[in-house]
Design a protein around this ligand. Structure first.
Ligand code: C2G
Length: 778
């Protein structure tokens, strides 16, 4: 047999499925998949059956490894219970393997098409002992990642400048690689140039990863099994984190040749849910420092007389010290860093070749010298100066850093004001949503009782004359620190602390159709830390509002929220039940210069996770043909275009100015609902709110399959449960509007059921009920 793919598996069947699917797509035949089960709790029988053709060989671990080690205090201890560890799993995998070659793949990662063939061809052709591919990092599941690669490819192809832009960087050596090549050239004099270049790239990849020694990994490595057995190379099972290092050092030291194959891509998938599926590196134990030091010393010994390898390992150690450990010595409140751990680091540093230390410059040199001379005070001083200087540089570049700095060091020490209330809606982008309605209720009914601060980034008038501050300004962090009450409808910044006496009211901003946070597998344009951050931030909320039982249930699972959720309906929906809503609507129409006697269609689509410029800035291209709509409906209709607040693109209404009005900048969408006769949306939560008016709703879902299956997943069966038709073309939209009276009749029963389920808690007094509850008013 040609190949054994070794996969250690502990938990996360959704990861495993992607991993196996990627093997299936390799188009190879003479291989086996050695799946090593390490104390699993999930049922995988169905998956095994489905991937029978992968020739799966199950190996069950029975103890040993790190199973009985004491890791001190561990944040996620439950994940270590009964776990033998990846080192034991890989050793067992090697033992069971029968292939000529071994490939290391982790159950939470996957590989791109053809990777194994490229690697196998390369080792055979070059008679190498091992081969190594490229690594790609993502937090997307496979389907989404492949689609995003395809999109990139298409865009590159379509781009006019592509021939100028797409210089192949893969084949060009960067500065670091050139230096490594030179070093190797000296070490392995006599080796053929081409081979040397490849060898150097393998060293580069395996030993110079950004992530320090922890980043040294066997994943993506194809290695000859006889070579492994002949040299007795194995993983040291006592390590939880650093077992790859020793293994890799032995392979590199003993391999006649290690081939680098650019075409073989190993996709390392970042975990975005450390609460349920932490990656190994997301487990924090008290022993990781000691394990690091031990495995580092062991790796040095294993490198033996191979000076080049040893130098790499030492340089990595210096980086770990200058980047992480020195900082811990200066800033960590645990004294152990300045005593015992300082000593251990000092002793290790003393063993280093002075020529490496002499090459260091500036800050790094100063702190390494301070360590060597055993001077803790000096080291702490240098680190603090360095960090202070960096902070000052950041402040010069970004005011928000200063604002945060003042918050953390000064404002937070001032007393909390019991009658101060800070309100914010959609990151200060508008005066709107539930915070607005709760605020207005309080101002009107309790004049003078509270002092209000509104976070608003633009210059607009707000009734009752609150103090206005811009988000992230210094005044913002001042008030944030001092207000007792905090009302907001999206998450607060991560650095906000909850002070004694603080009351945080999270109103949220919609009944969810699209799956949220922990119910969502991928969080595309957001940071991979999104779920972890969300979890931390939502722990600080005291009250969360929900408009219906359905939302309450969804928030519980999506936010892992256990505190009370108040189900009073949405304050922002009160307006639709206001006794004077007719007059209010007439005023809004006048304000917007809307001609009398025309039917108003509000088009309010949502954003797409995969179309973005940067964080929080999304693209939107209008798929509604305004020219056609104007031609067919223009005599008695007008359209209000309303993009989501994340959308950065401006909609083009040139040529249809008298028919389409862009109301994307209008603050409060509830006021727009009130004046509209028909709503067209897609997957936005706006229809849950609009249904309060019992007016017709159309769904222009031109990209339904992509949105539902690939990007988000829905809580509802959109094809069955929504109170209006799904439309896929402009013609269907036009026809539906012309036929709106029949649609109303057709959807009447469905609409009634929908209203009952999602709107029946609304009384028009949600703001009052929420305010009384949260502010403990009579
Ligand atoms: N919104 C708007 N204009 C749009 C779309 C949305 O003003 N064209 C506002 C509405 O108040 C809506 C809210 O933004 O209720 C949330 O918009 P969604 O499109 O639902 O998207 P998202 O911001 O992802 O909200 O649980 C809430 C949602 O599922 C998440």
């Amino acid at each position: 047999m040609k190949l054994s793919i070794i996969i250690p598996f502990h938990r996360g069947t959704h990861f495993l499925e992607d991993c196996l699917a990627s093997i299936k797509d390799q188009g190879i035949s003479d291989f086996e998949t050695v799946l090593v089960l390490d104390n699993i709790t999930e049922d995988i029988s169905q998956i095994i059956k489905e991937y029978e053709e992968l020739n799966i060989k199950i190996v069950k671990l029975n103890g040993g490894g790190i199973k009985d080690r004491n890791f001190g205090k561990v944040e996620n201890a439950k994940f270590l219970k009964g776990y033998s560890g990846v080192a034991a799993a890989r050793n067992a995998g090697i033992k069971a393997a029968e292939g000529e070659y071994i490939y290391f793949l982790d159950s939470d990662d996957y590989i791109l098409e053809g990777s194994l063939t490229y690697l196998l061809n390369a080792v055979e052709k070059e008679q190498a002992d091992c081969a190594y591919g490229k690594k790609s990092y993502t937090w997307f599941k496979r389907k989404v990642y492949l689609a995003s690669l395809k999109k990139e490819e298409d865009e590159e192809e379509n781009s006019e400048n592509s021939e100028f832009e797409s210089e192949d960087n893969g084949s060009q050596l960067n500065k670091k690689e050139i230096r490594i090549e030179e070093e190797l050239m000296a070490a392995f004099s006599g080796m053929e140039e081409e081979r040397l270049r490849n060898m150097s790239r393998a060293y580069y990849n395996l030993l110079t990863s950004r992530k320090g020694l922890l980043g040294v990994s066997v994943t993506g490595l194809l290695v000859n099994r006889h070579f492994i057995n002949q040299h007795n190379i194995s993983f040291n099972e006592k390590y939880l984190f650093y077992s790859d290092l020793g293994f890799m050092v032995q392979v590199l030291k003993l391999a006649r040749f290690c081939h680098k194959v650019e075409e073989a891509v190993y996709v390392k998938r970042n975990h975005n849910d450390p609460v349920h599926f932490p990656a190994l590196k997301q487990l924090k134990t008290e022993v990781s420092f000691y394990e690091y030091m031990e495995s580092y010393q062991e790796a040095r010994n294993l490198a033996g007389d191979n000076q080049v390898l040893r130098n790499y390992i030492d340089k990595k150690f210096i980086t770990s010290f200058t980047k992480t450990y020195a900082r811990n010595i200066a800033r960590n409140s645990n004294k152990i860093w300045r005593t015992e751990r300082f000593q251990i680091l000092m002793n290790a540093m003393k063993k280093l070749d002075p020529s490496i230390i002499n090459k260091l410059k500036g800050y790094k040199r100063r702190i390494v010298k301070a360590l060597l001379s055993g001077n803790v005070k000096k080291l702490v001083l240098y680190v603090n100066l360095h960090l202070g200087y960096n902070k000052a540089r950041k402040i010069r570049k970004k005011w928000r850093v200063l604002s945060y700095y003042l918050y953390q060091h000064y404002f937070i020490k001032l007393p909390v004001k019991d009658d101060w209330v800070i309100c914010e809606s959609f990151f200060g982008k508008s005066y709107s949503d539930s915070p607005k309605y709760i605020y207005e209720y309080l101002c009107k009914n309790y004049p003078g009782k509270y002092r209000f601060i509104w976070v608003i980034n633009k210059d607009i008038d707000i009734p009752y004359n609150p103090i206005k501050v811009k988000r992230f300004s210094i005044r913002y962090s001042y008030y944030l620190a001092r207000c007792k009450y905090n009302i907001f409808n999206v998450r607060q910044p991560e650095w906000v602390k909850k002070r004694e006496g603080n009351v945080f009211l999270q109103t949220w901003h919609g009944t969810p159709l699209k799956k949220l946070v922990f119910d969502q597998e991928e969080v595309m344009a957001a940071s991979p830390l999104y779920k972890a951050q969300f979890y931390k931030q939502s722990r600080l909320w005291d009250y969360l509002i929900s408009a219906n039982h359905f939302s309450t249930k969804a928030f519980r699972s999506a936010f892992l929220y256990e505190k009370e959720i108040i189900e009073y309906g949405y304050p922002r929906n009160d307006l639709m039940y206001h006794p004077d809503r007719e007059e209010i609507a007439a005023d809004i129409k006048r304000k917007l210069n809307i001609p009398e006697g025309k039917k108003i269609i509000l088009y309010a689509p949502t954003w797409r996770d995969d179309e973005y410029y940067g964080r929080g800035e999304y693209k939107f291209s209008l798929k509604l043909n305004l020219g056609l709509l104007k031609k067919e409906l223009g005599d008695d209709h007008i359209v209000l275009l309303r993009t989501h607040y994340f959308i950065a693109d401006h909609l083009d209404t040139i040529g249809v100015e008298d028919f389409a009005i862009n109301v994307s900048k209008y603050d409060d969408i509830t006021e727009l609902y009130l004046i509209s006769d028909i709503l067209i949306t897609d997957y936005s939560s706006v229809f849950f709110d609009y249904a309060n008016l019992r007016r017709p709703i159309l769904f222009y879902t031109y990209d339904l399959d992509k949105y539902r299956d690939m990007l988000r997943g829905f809580y509802l069966d959109i094809e069955k449960d929504v109170p209006g038709p799904l439309l896929f073309t402009d013609e269907e939209v036009v026809a539906a509007i012309k036929n709106i009276d029949n649609i109303i009749v057709e959807y009447k029963d469905k609409y009634d059921d929908f209203y009952e389920k999602y709107c029946s808690l609304e009384t028009g007094h949600a703001a009052e009920m929420v305010a009384k509850r949260v502010f403990e008013l009579e």
